[in-house]
Design a protein around this ligand. Structure first.
Ligand code: BGC
Length: 753
């Protein structure tokens, strides 16, 4: 490339073969690159809870080594922070490390919805809720791209399981697609404008995501205005020519000799319009032009200590205090006290999941050592492993030793969690339980020492019901990165008040989860039978008890909510509806703390089945004791809408909507209401529309009465409510078979049917 020229300006100089080759990566982590014209390659690496930069060669599942990088909390932890500013800072830190490693595009964030707690990659995803997933996802993208590095939002779309992930068809209805599975992507694309999007492996309603024209072009580009590059997940392309035609720009890694030849042949034979290939090549070249190496944004080093501190702050902010009976936490040990730390995870921490996101952490804080160094002098911290991770031969011995240690202590801190083998890319879990050797230990310890605190390490929901009742306090720490050990000490000892909130429901048992009967599918199909009733939307709809609801999390301080106010401007009809909801929140406890104020909209009765309440806003506030603040949310028409499969668009039902402000989806502290008025659009009435539908539409009813009058028949039957109830669900054209009812062919003719 001559100095001053951009890669994009060289499109017209490329041969057909070069263009085809540019739409394939150069190798597993590189794309771009045409030596003849001096077009450079760009480098991609996995992320975003840390960089997985493989210096040479490489693999897709994290088996090969990668250069050391800061391991931040994984997405399920970050989702529990409900703090977009934290997510943005982590994105920026990962990008700083990317710049040092010559990485141009970080392959994250992953924002697929947690449809089932069993999904093996849930630790890489944010939430069961689209708003929370989208807000955190957009913040990560902002953070990465703010440093001049590209982000890649993935896996587009409807990739919610690992079982048969490359071949399975996610069979999802249009409404669930629009209301649950797409909005997080829509938010990230429209608000954070990521440089790239990665398509998923799976099929969506029978069409591979890599060749899904509706998703990759009609929705992503035409509707949402995406102007970046779409790449494949690694090995997701089945038919390269169909993929180009659908809008997939870059195949990763390259299937050279097959895909490039197929593209060239298809253009030559006329099967593929060359302008489609050119559009993809232009996007590859535009990405090359955007890459940091095309500009001044490179760096020689990053501040590993600062990143470690950020990782520690983040890990503390992501932890969710599920329960805290008798204010057992924070611990306030005095010299002479003994605390028993039990559980192999205290010295062999689990801090991330397996697969392509796996980071080679720069350093790892051991929870036991961190805790020991954080307690006041004179406090004795005694350790017993209690169980083996994944190995059970010595269980009896380890458990007896742990019971002895617990008996002699004032408090027991028990570290439990899922073994690494349970959570990975590539396969799903089959149950929600912690290993039996861990669960068995809980009542035995509680029996000898009721001051039992459990610290959990797992990337996705585990079953708490059963063993949970034996613990006084439970701190869910997720997979919280390399600095989790220090963060746990900070939380246990009250240096920081927990402020994480559940981004996913913790069910009582697997069988209660909305997707239970349809996960992970069979014979190549997984039917999303629960429709829009995913996560708390499903649990609430059937009023099912849960262990801990979506949005739940305790603090060491207390918050009071007061003074809800709602104001409305504009209208749904004129498309400028704005509903502003405000409330005051006060820290009424004695410690500084953060509260996540959540706003749910409660839907009125509707023609379609709608969730009882849906998260439409949240705000995390940091308050000193006695301090108050006003939290404000701004809602638009979309927040009251559902996706109509008849109209293929968003529709608002007129009516009274509840506005529920609370500390979780089931801890609503304040309520208000708003009346949304919108004239219901006249239905599209035809001969197949029922008599009831004709009668409930003002224009339809008037036309029907007029036609009956003009034909000289009596409209008396239409006034008979009982009769209409009985026969009203018949298509109107079919009523000619009941002469007594008065709908004749002449009337139908007059109605144009
Ligand atoms: C994963 C992607 C990842 C890619 C490259 C695939 O197996 O699904 O998330 O970015 O590998 O490692």
């Amino acid at each position: 490339m001559t100095s001053g020229s951009s890669a994009s300006s060289l499109l017209s100089q490329l041969t057909l073969e070069e263009k085809a080759a540019l739409c394939l990566g150069r190798d597993i982590w590189h794309a771009g690159g045409v030596e003849r014209l001096g077009i450079p390659t760009i480098v991609m690496s996995d992320g975003p809870h840390g960089l997985r930069r493989q210096p040479d060669g490489g693999d897709i599942v994290g088996i090969g080594g990668s250069v050391p990088a800061t391991c931040f909390p994984t997405a399920s932890a970050l989702g529990s922070s409900w703090d977009p500013e934290l997510a943005r800072r982590i994105g920026a830190a990962v990008a700083d490390e990317a710049l040092v490693q010559d990485v141009d595009v970080v392959l994250g964030p992953g924002i697929n919805i947690k449809r089932s707690p069993l999904c093996g990659r849930n630790f890489e995803y944010v939430s069961e809720d689209p708003l929370l997933s989208g807000v955190i996802g957009a913040a990560i993208v902002d953070g990465i791209q703010g440093q001049g590095v590209g982000a890649c939002v993935k896996h587009f779309a409807v990739n919610n399981q690992e079982t048969d992930r490359v071949r399975v068809s996610a069979d999802v209805d249009e409404r669930a697609l629009r209301e649950i599975y797409l909005p997080a992507f829509e938010r990230v694309i429209t608000q954070a404008r990521p440089w790239t999007v990665m398509c998923s492996y799976n099929l969506v309603n029978g069409v591979p995501a890599s060749q899904h024209h509706v998703l990759l072009t009609e929705i992503l580009r035409d509707e949402w205005g995406f102007d970046g590059l779409v790449m494949s997940d690694w090995g997701a392309v089945a038919d390269r020519v169909a993929a180009v035609a659908a809008g997939l720009d870059l195949e990763m890694p390259p299937n050279s000799g097959i895909s490039d030849v197929a593209i060239v042949d298809a253009v030559r034979s006329g099967a593929l319009d060359e302008s489609l290939l050119d559009a993809s090549v232009a996007r590859v070249l535009a990405l090359v032009d955007r890459a940091p190496k095309a500009g001044p944004a490179q760096a020689d080093s990053f501040n590993a200590d600062a990143h470690h501190l950020l990782a520690r702050e983040a890990a503390a902010e992501c932890a969710v205090l599920l329960k805290n009976d008798d204010a057992t936490l924070p611990l306030q040990p005095s010299p002479g006290d003994t605390i028993a730390v039990i559980g192999e995870f205290a010295r062999t921490p689990r801090y991330q999941g397996a697969g392509s996101s796996q980071v080679n952490a720069i350093r790892i804080d051991e929870p036991l050592a961190e805790f020991r160094s954080a307690v006041p002098e004179g406090v004795d911290v005694v350790f017993a492993p209690g169980f083996g991770i994944g190995e059970t031969e010595r269980d009896d011995l380890l458990a007896s030793e742990a019971v002895d240690v617990a008996r002699r202590a004032g408090t027991v801190v028990l570290f439990l969690g899922l073994p690494a083998i349970d959570e990975s890319e590539g396969y799903d879990r089959v149950h929600l339980e912690l290993p039996a050797n861990q669960v068995a230990l809980v009542p035995r310890l509680a029996e000898v020492n009721p001051r039992l605190v459990v610290v959990l390490a797992n990337g996705s929901a585990v079953q708490v019901a059963g063993w949970g009742s034996h613990a006084k306090a439970i701190l869910e720490c997720w997979l919280s990165g390399q600095a989790a050990g220090g963060a746990i000490a900070d939380l246990l000892l009250g240096r920081v008040a927990p402020s994480g909130r559940l981004a996913e429901t913790l069910p009582l048992r697997l069988q209660d989860t909305p997707s239970y009967l349809n996960f992970p599918g069979e014979l190549g199909h997984v039917r999303y039978g629960e429709g829009v009733f995913v996560g708390y939307r499903g649990f609430d709809a059937v009023d099912r008890d849960v262990s801990y609801p979506f949005g739940h999390g305790l603090s060491y301080t207390m918050f009071e909510y007061a003074n809800p106010r709602t104001s409305v401007s504009g209208s749904a009809e004129t498309d400028d509806l704005r509903v502003t909801v405000q409330a005051e929140v006060t820290n009424t406890g004695s410690m500084r703390g953060r509260e996540v104020v959540q706003l749910y909209v409660e839907n009125p009765r509707s023609a379609v089945a709608r969730p009882i309440r849906e998260l439409r806003g949240f705000s995390k506030v940091d308050l000193a004791p006695g301090q108050s603040t006003t939290v404000a949310f701004s809602l638009g028409a979309r927040d009251f809408s559902y996706w109509s499969v008849q109209r293929h668009g968003w529709v608002i039902d007129p009516g009274r909507y509840g506005l529920a402000i609370g500390a979780s989806s089931r801890d609503i502290r304040l309520t208000d209401q708003v009346d949304v008025e919108i004239p219901s659009a006249s239905a599209q009435l035809d001969g197949n529309s029922s008599l009831e539908e004709w009668m409930s539409d003002p224009e339809g009813a008037a036309a029907l009465r007029k036609a009956i009058d003009e034909s000289g028949a009596s409209a008396e039957a239409l006034a008979d409510e009982e009769l209409i109830r009985v026969i009203g669900n018949f298509p109107i054209a079919r009523l000619t078979v009941f002469p007594g009812f008065g709908i004749t062919k002449e009337i139908l003719d007059k109605l144009g049917l």
